[in-house]
Design a binder for this molecule. Structure first.
Ligand SMILES: [Zn+2]
Length: 110
């Protein structure tokens, strides 16, 4: 597990970050460069480089990420107004940090 990975450091609490949610599998925090009024990142504690690197062992992590995203959407009040869940994959797909993360984006004005 590379110790120069920003999201490994954040999820282990080595880079001070306010978590909106944390359990044994993942953490949720605000994107430091938000693209919308609500822009959260759902980040597994396990280092997985990206969607292309998922293995059969990661089924439960991935489903938990989506379920937590749903719960966080409710908590921040965008469940009904609508939101996007987005994985960027590799540089060409806009991935900047090469540690799997799910973007929860919403909160636009009507
Ligand atoms: Zn990592």
């Amino acid at each position: 597990m590379p110790n120069d990975c920003l999201f490994c450091n954040i999820s282990k609490g080595q880079t001070p970050t306010e978590f909106l949610f944390e359990n044994d599998t993942l953490v949720v925090f605000k994107d430091i460069n938000p693209h919308a009024p609500v822009h959260l990142l759902i980040v597994p504690k396990k280092h997985i480089r990206g969607i292309n690197d998922l293995t059969d062992d990661d089924h439960s992590i991935l489903s938990e990420m989506i379920m937590v995203a749903r719960d966080m959407a409710a908590e921040v009040g965008v469940s009904q107004s609508g939101y996007k869940l987005l994985f960027n994959v590799e540089k060409g797909g806009g991935q900047v940090i090469f540690h799997l993360h799910l973007h929860l984006i919403g909160g636009w004005k009507k």
